[in-house]
Design a protein around this ligand. Structure first.
Ligand code: ZN
Length: 415
């Protein structure tokens, strides 16, 4: 497979490159401005494929979408990525006044976050290209994902994380046997250092916004939702945004379904950011005003560590792709995010990390201000497990009482 891949298109200067001619960003435009987009022969795909083609592969993973991926499933590692459950949540839907609510539960991945999608395809590409080592900078999830898939592939892995990365994510990295550099600085500084190191040592870089193949894995979450809903896509889709690669991938996935003729409408996609780390939301506002989009580096601070990004590396792609769906970006407070963690766990039984629950906080806002009308059908992408960073679940909750091991103590505690 990979036979439908035409090449790479620079979203900055529109220059075209051959399918494997460039590893990362457009050499002329550089990072962010020169993000490369993989382009397929959609006309040929629509002739060769029908809506049932994916199911015919019988693969319970994202490799069922091999035709719309750049690499053959022959290069995939054994860990399963994709084909995660889609739940309905009628109770929450009623309360929010929306017509239907679905939760795409990407917490159920081998390393417990949606990053396994981008990693699975990127590691397969590294194997196809025969790259001797893998590396990435990450707020934590992409790193633990890469470490896991590199371990399964038997390829050495070098990781750059900010020293503030949560313990659970560090534990994953160490357990998988990655070489970990805890950078005494922000995620943005760790990112810049990873770029230099990859350049120096020839490691294959999986970092979001740098490697265009990551987005190809991310887009499969949209394909799955389409398949699971039997082609009847929702009106709105919400997902959290840090660097922007995940939301860009999901929007691209919906748009590609339209390009191959499998749907005539795509959901309006919203990226949800934290108020303290809202560089893409600000870039989107500039985009709408016709001003230069590229984000400046700024301080980032939020409890949602996975989206705590001051210099989003895939901002331009995220802004453009989301705009093409008719959507946008919104911000929510840390308080709203923490409330959403609890609400999602208690009402739907899905325990997400703060960034994973942020879309529910975003939905609450968009439903309240009428952007999502009463009766609108909504899909939330839940991107990471609450076990990754239990602070979100514990924040603002009273400690459970400690009682003697007697039934009378239970009765007393029950009041
Ligand atoms: Zn370019």
């Amino acid at each position: 497979m990979g036979e439908f891949l035409l090449g790479l298109h620079c979203i900055g200067c529109n220059r075209e490159y051959g399918p494997w001619a460039v590893d990362y960003v457009c050499p002329r435009c550089g990072p962010v401005a020169g993000a490369l987009d993989l382009v397929y022969d959609y006309r040929l795909l629509s002739q060769r494929m029908g809506p049932g083609t994916f199911a015919e592969t019988r693969r319970p993973s994202l490799w069922r979408y091999e035709a719309l991926l750049p690499v053959s499933a022959d290069y995939a590692v054994r860990l399963r990525a994709g084909w995660t459950p889609l739940y309905t949540s009628p109770d929450l839907a009623r309360e929010l006044g929306v017509g239907a609510l679905w939760l795409k539960d990407d917490t159920l991945h081998p390393t417990a976050s949606c990053k396994d999608r981008g990693t699975a395809v990127t590691v397969a590409a590294a194997r196809k290209l025969g790259r001797p080592a893998l590396a990435c900078a990450s707020t934590g999830n992409a790193a633990s994902s890469l470490a896991g898939f590199a371990a399964a592939a038997g390829i050495p892995c070098y990781i750059f994380v900010p020293r503030t990365a949560p313990t659970a994510k560090l534990a994953q990295l160490v357990a998988y046997g990655a070489v970990v550099f805890k950078v005494d600085g922000t995620y943005d500084q760790a990112y810049a250092l990873a770029l230099e190191a990859c350049d120096r040592f020839g490691w294959y870089n999986r970092s979001d916004g740098q490697n265009p193949i990551v987005v190809e894995g991310n887009k499969t979450a949209a394909f799955e939702a389409w398949e699971e809903l039997k082609g009847d896509l929702p009106d709105f889709a919400l997902v959290s945004a840090g660097d922007g690669s995940v939301v860009a991938g999901i929007a691209k996935g919906f748009l590609e379904l339209k390009r191959v003729g499998f749907t005539d409408r795509v959901p309006v996609v919203y990226g949800v950011q934290a108020e303290g780390a809202a560089a893409i939301a600000q870039a989107f506002a500039r985009f709408q005003a016709g001003e230069p989009v590229l984000p400046a580096s700024e301080r980032a601070e939020t409890i949602a560590d996975s989206i705590c990004v001051g210099t989003p590396r895939d901002a331009l792609r995220a802004v453009r792709t989301v705009a093409e769906t008719g959507g946008g970006f919104i911000t929510v407070s840390d308080g709203e995010i923490v409330a959403a963690v609890r609400e999602l766990a208690r009402r739907a039984g899905v325990f997400a990390e703060p960034s994973g629950a942020a879309p529910l906080a975003g939905l609450r806002r968009l439903a309240a201000d009428g952007t999502i009308p009463t009766g609108g059908r909504v899909l939330l992408f839940i991107t990471g497990s609450g076990l990754k960073d239990p602070r979100g679940g514990l924040e603002g909750v009273a400690e459970p009482p400690v009682i003697p091991p007697t039934l009378s103590a239970v009765e007393e505690a029950l009041g």
